[in-house]
Ligand binder design. Structure first.
Ligand SMILES: NC(=O)c1ccc[n+]([C@@H]2O[C@H](COP(=O)([O-])OP(=O)(O)OC[C@H]3O[C@@H](n4cnc5c(N)ncnc54)[C@H](OP(=O)(O)O)[C@@H]3O)[C@@H](O)[C@H]2O)c1
Length: 253
């Protein structure tokens, strides 16, 4: 792993997980009272956010290491329902390497997963809901379908309401999670959820892996949805590189 920006002496060895965790630590000085929302996504060199409905074909060993480290630093991992359905999301795993760090930070052994859904068409029999180390949350709007709410209740899944309509109001998502003590937030997409969060201006940081692969095709970019009125600026804070993968990190202005 090499740091390309801000520039430092070349260092081609594989970084320890603890070094990566230090590099990606959440900021102490979180500007918003609602905590810090980081997004982590991988894109092909030609901009695709998935290949054949999966992000794994775009990823590589260093990306998976960073993916794991970002999870290990988070209180909660926010994910869109379609990604859960497509990728058959599993609960976060306990990782011995991070146990001490999480304990010292006052965190549970693993982050909670929070699934954002309006339809509540979720398979509550999946291990994500039946076998988590920390209970998985579902976040929805106040007008969520009753049948879905009943199915969640029957499965013992906690449903958090953030918004008056069926959809979650992006600006309410962070405060609802922060109110539960989840201030170090990580979203792993997918593109539609992230597009909505970014359009609402609630994403504080974007960790974007650019994979040295092309897919062509019609897959969405890492953010998808209606175009914003004016492009919003980001500040590039870090660029790491390994095996041709670029790990770009941006902050919201
Ligand atoms: N490249 C990457 O890093 C990356 C990361 C993640 C996923 N992916 C890929 O992206 C694909 C899925 O992404 P996607 O964009 O189609 O879907 P997505 O963003 O994962 O999920 C969309 C779904 O999330 C729910 N949702 C989103 N915003 C909501 C809101 N404001 N309120 C309530 N519910 C909301 C809705 O669920 P309901 O339909 O249940 O109402 C919506 O249909 C998969 O192929 C996956 O592999 C790639």
């Amino acid at each position: 792993m090499r740091r390309l920006f801000p520039e430092s002496a070349g260092d081609d060895r594989e970084w320890e997980l603890s070094e990566l965790a230090d590099a990606y630590a959440y900021p102490e000085d979180q500007p918003s009272g609602d905590g810090w929302l980081r997004a982590n996504m991988v894109s092909s060199a030609d901009g695709a956010a998935h290949h054949g409905g999966r992000s794994k074909p775009l990823s590589g060993p260093a990306d998976m290491r960073i993916f794991g480290v970002l999870r290990a630093l988070a209180d909660v991992v926010i994910v869109g329902a379609e990604t859960v359905r497509e990728e058959r999301y599993r609960p976060a795993r306990r990782r011995a390497q991070f146990a001490e760090r999480r304990l010292a930070a006052g965190q549970t052994t693993v982050p909670a997963i929070a699934v954002v859904s309006a339809s509540l068409h979720l398979d509550f029999g999946l291990p994500l809901f039946t076998e988590p180390v920390v209970p998985t949350l579902v976040i929805t709007g106040a007008r969520a379908p009753r049948a879905g709410l009943a199915a969640a209740a029957a499965a013992g899944v906690e449903v958090v309401t953030a918004g008056e309509e069926a959809m979650v109001a992006p600006e309410r998502l962070k405060s609802a999670l922060a109110a539960r003590g989840h201030r170090r937030m990580l979203t792993e997409g997918g593109p539609r959820l992230l597009g909505l969060l970014a359009s609402a201006g609630v994403v504080d940081e974007l960790c974007l892996t650019v994979s040295p692969r092309v897919t062509v095709g019609t897959a969405p970019r890492v953010m998808s949805g209606p175009e914003v009125a004016d492009p919003s600026d980001l500040v590039l804070t870090d660029v790491l590189e390994e095996s041709g993968f670029l790990f770009n990190r941006y902050r919201r202005v």
